[in-house]
Design a protein. Structure first.
Length: 400
């Protein structure tokens, strides 16, 4: 570890110059009156810079937060306050501001009061700052073991997923549909798969393609754009986003906006199902059960339905109940059928899907005529156990 201690000293100098260059790339961001503060800061007029930067940082401007953090960490124009500086860097990093992310990497590599040296966390922040091509990243990585590098990489990926999710949720929370579309388009262009997926849903509904209504002046008609939706779903699916993989599989199966191809649809369902995407599990199970576009495999279909039911999906529960009721591709079991159909009906009614709930009820009522009172009681107890364990103990053992 002595090599890493020596590295920390080099790191502070290297990161200072690297972050200065990085901030120069971002001068045009944020409010224009911050540019004057940046000029004062670089001229060494920290008091003058502080008078502009502090109010902007208080209002949540990421660039101002980063500059104020640098001043607090180094005592430039203010009393040195490392905890406050680090808090500002984290606030700016939460807005995905690259320089703040970079400086957090420096802080963890060199150590600050209240922040012990943590090279894994330092490397994580350098990855988040997209600095893998820089000298700082390579210096730190080369001194760390492969396991620590892998840990840092995984942490960075989780942070990126959470941050991207918050961005998309903020865009979806906007009241105006045009604003939602504009924000999602910008995020989709940044390569955020969740944004590409949500924008695809909008195009499938026709929202971004509004045209003046011929029927009602002043209103807009929204025509679905299946081709554009398919393109967006494919972009997100290619980045490994499970909901998009499942949706693109459905598009290929139905031939909406693309040429129908059930075999390729099954491949996308496979990818999404491997990541526990419930809709893909059910779609693939339906295809396997019927031999629709794929080789029939009823045993695997039953397994997929079971996995999806274990995640609380009523369609999978209904399919399982019907399978156990008929013995279609498993041994007939009226008690398990009763249990799954009861659970499916309950969830469907909570979701106000009355048609499916009635279908499950009718099948279950047909079973009651074939069951003894003891079998019905055991099936009801199994239903209660399945519910109480959040669908984790719902097999034959629950009927003992």
């Amino acid at each position: 570890m002595s090599a890493l201690k020596n590295l920390a000293c080099q790191f502070v100098v290297l990161m200072f110059f690297a972050s200065t260059a990085l901030s120069a790339e971002q001068v045009d961001e944020g409010p224009r009156n911050l540019d004057r503060a940046v000029t004062l800061y670089r001229q060494g007029n920290f008091v003058g810079a502080l008078s502009i930067i502090r109010p902007l940082a208080t209002s949540g401007d990421a660039r101002a937060e980063t500059y104020l953090a640098k001043m607090l960490l180094s005592g430039q124009g203010v009393q040195r306050d490392a905890p406050a500086g680090l808090a500002l860097l984290r606030a700016a990093a939460d807005q995905d501001y690259r320089e703040a992310e970079f400086l957090l990497g420096a802080a963890y590599a060199s150590g600050e009061p209240g922040l012990p040296v943590d090279y894994v966390e330092a490397l994580k922040w350098l990855i988040i700052a997209r600095a893998q091509d820089g000298l700082a990243y390579s210096m730190l990585r080369d001194q760390m073991g492969a396991e620590n590098v892998a840990t840092a990489t995984a942490r960075a990926a989780r942070w990126r997923e959470d941050t991207d999710r918050r961005k998309v949720q903020a865009a979806l929370a906007l009241g105006n549909k045009n604003e939602v579309s504009d924000h999602l388009t910008r995020l989709a262009d940044e390569g955020i798969p969740a944004a590409q997926y949500e924008l695809g849903l909008l195009y499938a509904a026709g929202v971004p393609d509004g045209i003046p209504s011929k029927k009602v002046p002043g209103l807009m008609d929204f025509l679905p754009n299946d081709r554009k939706a398919a393109e967006l779903f494919l972009r997100a699916a290619s980045l490994g986003y499970p909901p998009a993989q499942s949706r693109f599989g459905s598009i290929l199966y139905e031939g909406r906006g693309v040429t129908a191809n059930k075999a390729e649809a099954a491949q996308w369902f496979e990818k999404a199902a491997a990541q526990s995407e419930v809709s893909a599990m059910i779609a693939l199970a339906d295809m396997l059960a019927a031999g629709d576009g794929v080789r029939q495999d009823q045993g695997r279909a039953l397994t997929l339905y079971s996995h999806a039911a274990g995640r609380g999906d009523p369609a999978a529960m209904k399919a399982l109940g019907e399978s156990y009721a008929s013995g279609r591709f498993t041994e007939r079991d009226t008690k398990l059928a009763y249990m799954w159909l009861t659970l499916a009906s309950q969830i469907y009614r909570k979701e106000f899907i009355e048609v499916s709930a009635k279908e499950a009820d009718l099948t279950r009522l047909g079973l009651v005529e074939l069951m003894s009172q003891d079998e019905i009681d055991r099936a009801k107890n199994a239903t209660d156990m399945c519910l109480s364990t959040h669908y984790q103990q719902c097999g034959a053992s629950s009927l003992q």
